[in-house]
Design a protein. Structure first.
Length: 343
């Protein structure tokens, strides 16, 4: 098999550009891009033109013997179908997040992961963010002492006019918890080195009554097996005039210190990410950022070659399981003017 070739199946989110660019930079050749009939082909056409690759007419054309890897940014609910097609044909697959949108998809992902015939990756890019990678180093070297709490805030700009209709259908997209907080579930597992024991919280709806199943904010409390409690928050309310798509913050408190991550920097100071540490013996100070040894795509490629990985298939499954569990348990809160809460 010529593993210097890869293909794209499903092109519904711009995140897939990152995968194409990284694979190209690593010397791999794109055999083409396939989009399902009936789906918006604008992004697929744009990327095909930008990278000089063909648009494929059949999915089988993206699974030919020359192809060793597949990138997938299909409609979220259909990604698991692509995973199973890749497994049948022996292709390693990198998914945009989320990998699944419900319990059935999660079970199918579990089975594919445990069979181990292919490697399954997901663009859980936060582990590879320099500020987050630096935070992991601080925790591992004991700079914070024993961890007490973790809080993550991940506001996002919606840009509703530019979103496909399926994005607003929870059955197809997975909804805000699975779409956005899957990143944070991955991080709390990674940062603590512990598994999630339970989660509870809310999804609320304040906008877009024409999309009944679209919820625009989520707040969760997550308890780890070791007793640490994490608070996770995400919304689709970053203002259009904001200086960034989302002012992401992470706060970690330990018995010996506390740290704040400003993932997009500070618009009044610098737009470079910042890690601010305060300890029992030292006032607040900025920590130089560390760079991970490889990017997420090279890490995935290494995994297919039997190398140790920063993000494993078990991590993809663990984050997906946590997101599905939380989505199922979350209480649904509708517009307060309606005065209704649906459990």
């Amino acid at each position: 098999m010529d593993v210097a070739a890869f293909s794209i199946i499903g092109c519904q989110h711009g995140h897939i550009r990152m995968f194409i660019q990284a694979m190209t930079d690593l010397g791999y050749r794109c055999a083409g891009i396939y989009e399902e009939p009936g789906e918006d082909r604008a992004l697929a056409e744009n990327l095909a033109n930008a990278f000089g690759v063909p648009l494929l007419e059949r999915m089988d054309d993206a699974l030919t013997p020359e192809v060793g890897f597949v990138g997938c940014a299909a409609v979220n609910s259909r990604k698991i179908d692509v995973v199973e097609a890749c497994e049948r044909t022996g292709k390693h697959v990198m998914l945009d997040k989320p990998a699944v949108t419900n319990r059935d998809g999660l079970e199918r992902l579990r089975q594919a992961t445990e069979r181990g015939n292919i490697e399954i990756g997901m663009l859980l890019t936060q582990r590879f963010h320099p500020a987050v990678f630096t935070l992991k180093h601080l925790i591992d070297e004991g700079a914070l002492g024993r961890l007490v709490s973790i809080s993550m805030r991940k506001p996002h700009r919606l840009g509703a006019a530019g979103r496909p209709r399926w994005f607003f259908d929870r059955a197809l997209s997975g909804g805000i918890i699975q779409d956005l907080l899957v990143h944070d579930f991955d991080l709390v597992r990674w940062l603590t080195g512990d598994e999630i024991a339970a989660s509870q919280g809310f999804m609320s709806k304040r906008i877009l009554p024409e999309h009944a199943s679209f919820f625009d904010a989520a707040q969760l409390q997550v308890v780890m097996n070791g007793g640490l409690v994490a608070e996770l928050y995400a919304d689709w309310h970053t203002p259009e005039k904001s200086w960034t798509w989302g002012d992401g913050r992470i706060f970690v408190v330990g018995t010996e210190g506390a740290v704040e991550l400003r993932l997009q920097g500070d618009p009044l100071i610098s737009r470079e990410p910042a890690v601010l540490l305060t300890t029992r013996t030292k006032d607040v100070h900025r920590i130089p950022l560390l760079r991970p040894p490889v990017g997420i795509v090279k890490d995935f490629i290494g995994r297919t070659e039997g190398m140790p990985a920063i993000l494993t298939g078990a991590d993809v499954l663990g984050a997906s399981r946590a997101a599905v569990d939380a989505d199922e348990r979350a209480e649904l809160i509708f517009d307060i003017r309606e005065g209704s809460v649906k459990r």
